[in-house]
Design a protein around this ligand. Structure first.
Ligand SMILES: [Fe+2]
Length: 132
């Protein structure tokens, strides 16, 4: 059983974004697996960097869509993305300096953030798109 299980309730009904969410969840699972196994330690760095870069790419996809349709909650949604990227950036700076490591708290934070964000903001965006 994966650490973070995709379920149909997480689908927002926009194919490109759903696929990206699945990839993000897979990357969180890869990070969890590497964290759990001793041999996985050498993989932690590239996985966390991949996850951070992919998150930037994914947010850019959503933000481009919001701009294209003149989404009324654009600023609020953007602020949530930027807050997370700031937190991730601060963590990576410490990780790269060797003063912070991957932890269960970090994994749980990422999982909960995605669950809440997809379930609220992303679904609200998708609902708006369907109503256009
Ligand atoms: Fe989002």
């Amino acid at each position: 059983m994966p650490y973070f299980l995709w379920s149909p309730e997480l689908s927002i009904g926009i194919k490109e974004i759903d696929l990206q969410h699945k990839s993000l969840i897979q990357a969180v699972n890869a990070l969890y697996d590497a964290f759990q196994s001793e041999e996985g330690e050498r993989d932690l760095s590239w996985i966390i960097h991949f996850l951070a870069n992919y998150t930037v790419e994914h947010f850019a996809t959503e933000e481009a869509l919001m701009e294209r349709i003149g989404y009324p909650r654009f600023n609020e949604h953007l602020r949530l993305h930027e807050e997370l990227l700031q937190q991730v950036g601060a963590f990576l700076a410490k990780f790269n300096a060797g003063t912070a490591g991957i932890s269960e708290d970090l994994l749980e934070f990422l999982k909960q953030w995605l669950l809440v964000h997809i379930g609220s903001e992303d679904k609200t965006l998708a609902k708006h798109v369907r109503g256009l």
